[in-house]
Design a protein around this ligand. Structure first.
Ligand code: ADP
Length: 489
């Protein structure tokens, strides 16, 4: 079994309990976006490799002990899996940091969250009951929640390990088997999941990992007749393709997609709280967060003060080497993505937005000269219908949009195709509730941001998704409810 070493790594596919090369030996480069250095060669799965992974997952589902072992036994193995992740947290974090270009400290913080996703769903599933209707004398009706089958988990590059385990926890706890496809830009940490599962005693074939391009490997997976359900986090455009490709075999889908959240700051807000959290919401992970507060709606009476303080805090962020202590923002993930993000600098100019700060490469030491860096960039734009204010940029670029009244703020907040989340800053309780009820989005944070309770539903309205993840919402997706009716006479 290939063990990943430091230095340039070889990242293989993981099928039926072992690392394997691609059947045609093809590989692709994985680069560190801070330096453009090649850090790994990943095996690029062919359609045949995807088929092998799906067949292995099917075999493990139908004939392996995973589905039929007691829930307690299955969940104990998952808790062990979470422990192994914690034991290996430094290694996993350094892989995510190098792969995504995110500050190491931030990557390190995400590994316990990933492990918690596994142990939480093990505990949660173990406590699930069903319904029973024992009062009639003629029939006894009761329900069981059974696994669906083979799940394909397709995940993005911004928070690779955490987001994959967010799906894997409920998938496995419910007794399904999985074929995981991490993003081709960031496969390193997720590549270890098969090996971690095996070490935890999870049977071969239950966790498989394939690497490669979305339109080849992703398509092969989502068209595959043995795949019963697809849990996907990524772009709205890809979700549409997955739906089309999965239609022939009528796959169950769960989509967590893009966002363009309104972060609404009223004149009665505590700026002491609102400014640092709005900075985090704008620039955490270089703004590559679907929940980013990328449209900052600010009441006009406090506009000048907000801009001044926000600009100062944005310019204060330490942009630099993700591996260096104290770095708050690294590069964006890849050259292709850098081109996309920086194209919005031209769009902003064409749309007459006012640049407050940023908009260029930061000054950096020699070894980072080739990295995909952009300074924290802040615009003011009065017209919220512009592309700058409507399209998901997924980079360190935010726009302040002034408003006068609460009605206007609500109109701007909702005048978008997206509806993943919203944020409101106010000390007025009634207003906090009014805004929370009327913003059409799946999560509303009041005087906070990015607080996650694993029991609560997470997902988007409108083009931000289909379905919810979290607590019993995840369990519903990953199970089939069965009603059993027994004649008593
Ligand atoms: P982004 O635009 O942020 O890179 P994508 O939606 O393209 O987001 O990527 C998210 C995940 O979806 C990645 O793992 C990617 O490889 C995968 N993917 C891309 N295209 C397809 C596709 N046609 N079918 C299935 N998965 C895909």
């Amino acid at each position: 079994m290939t063990k990943l070493q430091t230095g340039v790594k070889e990242v293989d596919l993981y099928i039926n309990g072992e690392y394997v090369k691609s059947s045609n030996q093809a590989t692709f480069e994985v680069k560190n976006p801070a330096t453009q250095e090649v850090i790994a060669y990943a095996s690029e799965a062919t359609k045949e490799d995807v088929d092998k992974a799906c067949q292995a997952a099917r075999e493990a589902f139908e004939h392996g002990p995973w589905r039929t072992m007691t829930v307690a036994e299955r969940c104990n193995k998952l808790r062990r899996m979470a422990e192994i992740m914690l034991e290996r947290k430094k290694e996993l974090a350094s892989l995510d940091a190098a792969d995504v270009g995110k500050p190491y400290e931030m990557a390190l913080g995400m590994i316990p969250r990933a492990a918690k996703n596994i142990s939480f769903f093990a505990d949660f599933f173990e406590q699930q009951g069903g319904e029973a209707y024992p009062m009639d004398d003629e029939y006894l009706n009761y329900t069981r929640y059974e696994p669906v089958g083979v799940a394909s988990l397709i995940t993005p590059w911004n928070v690779p390990f955490m987001l994959t385990n967010w799906k894997l926890g409920p998938c496995l706890a419910a007794g399904n088997t999985a074929v995981i496809k991490p993003a081709e830009t960031t496969p390193l940490s997720v590549a270890l999941l098969g090996e971690i599962a095996k070490e935890a005693g999870i049977p071969d074939g239950v966790v498989n990992v394939v690497h490669g391009l979305g339109n080849v490997v992703g398509t092969a997976l989502t068209e595959h007749p043995e795949v019963d359900l697809v849990s996907f986090t990524g772009s709205t455009a890809t979700a549409k393709k997955i739906m089309e490709n999965g239609a022939a075999s009528l796959k169950k889908v769960s989509f967590e997609l893009g966002g363009k959240a309104a972060n609404i700051v009223f004149e009665d807000a505590s700026l002491e709280k609102a400014i640092p959290e709005s900075i985090r919401a704008a620039f955490m992970n270089s703004g590559q967060v679907c929940l980013a507060g990328s449209r900052i709606l600010v009441q006009r009476s406090i506009l000048d003060e907000f801009i001044e303080k926000f600009k100062e805090a944005a310019m204060d962020l330490k942009v630099g080497d993700p591996q260096e202590e104290g770095t708050k923002m690294g590069p964006v993930v890849s050259e292709e993505h850098y081109k996309k993000v920086t194209s919005y600098l031209d769009i902003a100019k064409e749309e007459n937005a006012t640049l407050i700060c940023g908009g260029k490469r930061p000054e950096l030491p020699e070894h980072l000269q080739t990295g995909f860096y952009l300074e924290p960039t802040v615009y003011v734009q009065e017209d919220h219908t512009t592309r700058l204010c409507q399209e998901e940029i997924f980079g360190p670029v935010v726009t302040i949009i002034p408003f006068d009244t609460e009605e206007e703020a609500l109109h701007i907040a909702n005048d978008t195709d997206y509806g993943l989340n919203g944020v409101v800053w106010t000390e007025n309780l009634q207003r906090a509730h009014r805004i929370s009820h009327n913003v059409r989005a799946g999560t509303i944070w009041v005087n906070c941001w990015f607080v996650r309770d694993l029991r609560a539903p997470f997902g988007g309205f409108k083009k931000s998704g289909i379905g919810r993840e979290g607590g019993h919402h995840s369990i519903e997706f990953f199970t089939e409810a069965k009603n059993i009716c027994i004649a008593l006479k």
